[in-house]
Ligand binder design. Structure first.
Ligand code: SAH
Ligand code: SF4
Ligand code: F3S
Length: 470
C-alpha cells in the first residue's frame, strides 16, 4: 500500500463510532494502526478514501442503523467510481463480529469486515481488499466480495496495537479488560467480544504514563466488566481493579481516575475501600442493576439479588457519602409483570440515582432471552420505560439542584454550542456550561455552580485565578 493517493494527496480515513466507550477507545487505536499507512483523519465521509464503521450490536436498533449507513456509503462509492476514484468501506465492532458474512451478503459494497479482537490486522486486511479491487478493475470475476477477519486470535490485540498517540482535552480512555464470561441472558457481549481478558498491570501502567505525558489529567479505565479485572502483576500474582487504581494513583499529574462498567457481583471490599482512600478516584460509580425484581434478576442470569445491590449501595455511601450513583435498567424483559416492574421503581426510589440509562428489552438473536416465553408487548415496554425515565429524570434534576451554590473542580472538555461557552465535567460527571476562555479546555478549574437543569448545570469560574492542570 502506498502512503498517498494517485493525485498526491494524503489518504484520509473517516471513522464513525457507535456503542460503548470501548468502541471509542478502539476507534482511536484503529486510527493509530492506520497512521503508519499514511492515513490522516477526515472530518466527514465525503472527504475520505476509507470509511470505517465501528459498530454496536447491543440492541436491534443499533444494528439496523449500520445497515442504513452502509446503504448510503454504497451510493457514495458508486458515485466515486463513476468519477474514476474509489471508496473503501470497512465494518468493525460488534456487528462485524456477530454478523460477519451476513454484512457482505446484505451489502456487497463492503470491502472489509473486522471483528473487535483483530484490529491489529487491519493493514493486512486493507491490503488484501485493495488487491481484490485491483483484480476486479482488471476485469477478473472473484468469488465473494469483502475480506473478513472475525477470529478470536490466541494473542491479545493489545500486544500488537501501537501506543496511543494523543489525548483530547485532558481526558483519556484506557481499556484494561475485554470480553465477558457472565452470559446475562439478554446480552450479546460474550459472543461479540469473546472471553474475559485482563491486560497485564505493566502494560496498563505504561499506557497510563504515555497518556499522562501526552496531557491526560483524567483516565477512565474501561472494560465490559471492568471490576472483574484480574491482570498479571509484575511479580506474577493477580492484581485486582483496586490494586491497579492504587498503582495508577501514584502517577504524578494524574488527577482523576474513573472506571466503567462495573458488575455488582465484582464490587469487592478492596474496591469499596478505594473509594474511601484514593482521592483521585472520582466520587461517581456506574453500577448497572438492570432490574429491581429478584425473579427477573434470576431470569437475566445476573446472579445476585436486589438486596445485594442495596447493601452495596449502603456500603459505598458509608465510605464515600457524596458518591453519585448511576445505573442501567432494562424494562420488559420476558416474563416481567407489573409486580416486577414495581420492584424496579421501588429500588430506584430507595437508592436515588444521579444519572441512569434505561432501555426497552431488545430481543437479540442467539441469546437465551430471545427464546424465553412471556415476551412483553411493545406498548407495555413503552409505558414502563416512560414511567421509569420520568422518575430517573426527577432524581437527576434533584441531584444537580443539590450542588447549586457549591464550588466544584470542573475539567473542561470542549467548546459549547454558544460562542464563548465552554463545557466540562464535575467530579460527579455532571456537565457544566459557562462563559469562559477556551484555554481552559483540557484543564481543571474551580467553578461556582449557579443553576441546575435536567441534564446539566450552569456556573462561573470561582475567583480570578484558575488552576492549570499539573
Ligand atoms: N457489562 C455491563 C453492561 C454492558 S451493555 C453490565 O453487566 O451491566 C450496556 C447496557 O445495555 C446494559 O447494562 C443493559 O442495560 C443494556 N442492554 C444490553 N443488552 C440489552 C438488550 N438485549 N436489550 C436492552 N438493553 C440491553
Ligand atoms: Fe453483558 Fe452481562 Fe456481560 Fe454485562 S455482564 S457485558 S450485561 S453478559
Ligand atoms: Fe455495543 Fe459491543 Fe459495546 S455490542 S455496547 S459496542 S461491547
Amino acid at each position: 500500500m502506498t502512503d498517498v493517493r494517485d493525485d498526491g494527496q494524503r489518504k484520509r480515513v473517516f471513522i464513525r463510532t457507535y456503542g460503548c466507550q470501548m468502541n471509542v477507545y478502539d476507534s482511536d487505536r484503529m486510527a493509530d494502526v492506520l497512521r503508519p499507512l499514511g492515513y490522516v483523519l477526515a472530518d466527514a465521509p465525503e472527504q475520505a478514501d476509507l470509511v470505517l464503521l465501528n459498530t454496536c450490536h447491543i440492541r436491534e436498533h443499533a444494528s439496523e442503523k449500520v445497515y442504513s449507513e452502509l446503504g448510503r456509503l454504497r451510493d457514495a462509492k458508486n458515485e466515486r467510481r463513476a468519477k474514476g476514484r474509489d471508496l473503501t468501506i470497512a465494518v468493525a465492532g460488534c456487528v462485524a463480529q456477530a454478523e460477519g458474512e451476513e454484512i457482505v451478503r446484505r451489502q456487497p459494497a463492503v470491502d472489509v469486515v473486522v471483528g473487535p479482537q483483530a484490529y491489529h490486522r487491519l493493514p493486512e486486511l486493507l491490503a488484501a481488499a485493495e488487491r481484490k479491487s485491483a483484480l476486479r478493475r482488471a476485469g477478473k470475476r472473484l468469488p465473494g466480495a469483502g475480506v473478513l477477519d472475525t477470529d478470536f486470535p490466541a494473542e491479545s490485540k493489545f500486544d500488537h496495537l501501537p501506543a496511543p498517540s494523543g489525548v483530547r482535552a485532558g481526558s483519556a480512555f484506557l481499556s484494561i479488560q475485554e470480553g465477558c464470561d457472565k452470559f446475562c441472558t439478554f446480552c450479546v457481549v460474550p459472543y461479540t467480544r469473546g472471553a474475559e481478558y485482563s491486560r497485564p498491570l505493566a502494560a496498563v501502567r505504561a499506557e497510563a504514563h504515555t497518556l499522562v505525558a501526552a496531557g491526560a489529567v483524567e483516565i477512565t479505565l474501561l472494560g465490559q466488566n471492568v471490576n472483574a479485572y484480574h491482570g498479571e502483576a509484575d511479580d506474577g500474582s493477580i492484581c485486582s481493579l483496586a490494586g491497579l487504581i492504587r498503582e495508577l494513583a501514584e502517577i504524578d499529574g494524574l488527577i482523576r481516575i474513573r472506571y466503567t462498567t462495573s458488575h455488582p457481583r465484582d464490587m469487592d471490599a478492596a474496591l469499596i475501600e478505594a473509594h474511601r482512600d484514593i482521592p483521585q478516584l472520582m466520587p461517581y460509580l456506574h453500577l448497572p442493576v438492570q432490574s429491581g425484581s429478584d425473579r427477573i434478576l434470576e431470569a437475566m442470569n445476573r446472579r445476585h439479588r436486589r438486596d445485594h445491590f442495596l447493601r452495596l449501595v449502603d456500603r459505598l455511601r458509608g465510605v464515600r457519602p457524596d458518591l453519585a450513583l448511576s445505573s442501567d435498567f432494562i424494562v420488559g424483559f420476558p416474563g416481567e409483570g407489573d409486580v416486577d416492574f414495581d420492584d424496579t421503581m421501588r429500588l430506584v426510589e430507595q437508592v436515588g440515582f444521579a444519572s441512569a440509562f434505561s432501555f426497552k428489552y431488545s430481543r437479540r438473536p442467539g441469546t437465551p432471552g430471545a427464546m424465553l416465553p412471556g415476551q412483553v408487548p411493545e406498548s407495555v415496554k413503552a409505558a414502563r420505560l416512560s414511567a421509569l425515565q420520568a422518575l430517573l429524570a426527577r432524581q437527576a434534576s434533584a441531584f444537580n439542584a443539590s450542588k447549586v451554590g457549591t464550588v466544584a473542580p470542573v475539567l473542561f472538555a470542549e467548546a459549547g454550542r454558544r460562542p464563548g461557552q465552554i463545557v466540562g465535567k464535575t467530579p460527579w460527571l455532571q456537565s457544566v456550561y459557562l462563559e469562559g476562555p477556551a484555554e481552559l479546555i483540557g484543564r481543571i478549574a474551580d467553578v461556582r455552580l449557579t443553576e441546575a437543569h435536567a441534564n446539566s448545570l450552569a456556573g462561573e469560574i470561582a475567583g480570578r485565578h484558575y488552576e492549570a492542570a499539573a
